[in-house]
Ligand binder design. Structure first.
Ligand code: NAD
Ligand code: FES
Length: 295
């Protein structure tokens, strides 16, 4: 156990000989690039709340990967993660199999999502961000909200968790950039219609940065409180390195301990975009190498 910078109690779950901890219990591909893993991590499962994340390290040389917890099962002692194989570390993680053991998991980290009965909520998941939107939407529904979910993907085969969302949401609206399924367009198209009809009390959006920025710009004139889950570069995930800093309402915040959810109307989106692109060239090279090594 350890205490983060802001006083959270976390577990650093490192493998002990003979322990089942950190073992990959189940693995499935949700689409060509998105993988779901169920991992044995009883201490984290016991205390994690929607919106919180873990930091995974595959092996001694591995990068620290922050991933939101997509589900928890306290009885089984397991947590779920869903990730996109976009870079070297996530490609290596995606290559691990059921029964393999992940070197270390630290969590739960970050502030849980604010869950109350707000009234009519619209939860938006863009691409793989839907994995994070899922537990938040379900918790909002359980808190008595009317929950409409908008899921956007580039094409039909990239949708994830549609049936799972349909199982509890009051409405699920799908959009594809190429028109292969649902509305031909992006998530802000149906959002605009819902905002114009009125009766939206809260919007929560999780997905690529340009999507969250666009959602924020759409809801601002309507005065609808909008929450975005940010994914800046993270290193320690406990408030010490400053890597994840973002400017919110003119103040410096650390996404790992103050977030990852923030009021979207107060986020400096352009500053965040610049910081996120710092390592783009290095990341592209590492990805190329990981693909070559995997062949
Ligand atoms: P993507 O690029 O395929 O976009 C998914 C959907 O988002 C699109 O189909 C569209 O409906 C919507 N969208 C994108 N840009 C938009 C814009 N400018 N205006 C309106 N709608 C827009 O998404 P992907 O490839 O699955 O996701 C990859 C990105 O998601 C990565 O950049 C990753 O960093 C980010 N991500 C963010 C989080 C988070 O916590 N915010 C979590 C996981 C992934
Ligand atoms: Fe280091 Fe947030 S990741 S301060």
């Amino acid at each position: 156990m350890f205490k983060t910078f802001d006083g959270h109690i976390c577990t650093l779950s490192q493998i002990e000989p003979g322990s089942l901890d950190n073992k990959i219990i189940k693995k499935r591909y949700l689409s060509e690039t998105n993988v779901e893993m169920i991992i044995n991590a009883p201490l984290i499962a016991n205390s994690a709340k929607p919106g919180q994340f873990i930091v995974i390290c595959n092996n001694e040389k591995g990068e620290r990967i922050p991933l939101t917890i997509s589900e928890t099962d306290k009885e089984a002692g397991t947590i779920g993660i869903i990730f996109q194989m976009v870079g070297r570390s996530t490609i290596e993680l995606g290559a691990m199999k059921e029964g393999d053991v992940i070197m270390s998991l630290a969590g739960p980290l970050g502030m849980p999502s604010e869950i109350e009965n707000f009234g009519n909520c619209v939860v938006i998941g863009g691409g793989v961000g839907t994995a994070i939107a899922y537990p938040v939407a379900r918790a909002l529904k359980n808190a008595g909200n009317n929950v409409k979910v908008i899921i956007g993907a580039r094409t039909e085969s990239l949708f994830i968790l549609v049936d799972e969302m349909k199982a509890f949401a009051d409405e699920v609206i799908l959009t594809t950039d190429d028109g292969s399924c649902g509305i031909h367009g992006v998530v802000t198209d149906p959002l605009k219609e819902l905002l114009e009809k009125g009766n939206v009390d809260r919007v929560v959006c999780i997905g690529p940065l340009p999507m969250m920025k666009a959602v924020s710009e759409f809801t601002k004139p309507y005065g609808v409180k909008t929450i975005a889950s940010l994914d800046p570069i993270m290193i320690d995930g406990t408030g010490m390195c400053g890597g994840c800093r973002v400017t919110v309402d003119g103040k410096t915040k650390f996404a790992c301990v103050d977030g990852p959810e923030f009021d979207a109307h107060l986020v400096d989106w352009d500053g965040l975009k610049t910081r996120k692109s710092f390592y783009r060239e290095y990341e592209a090279k590492q990805k190329e190498m990981a693909i070559k090594e995997a062949k």
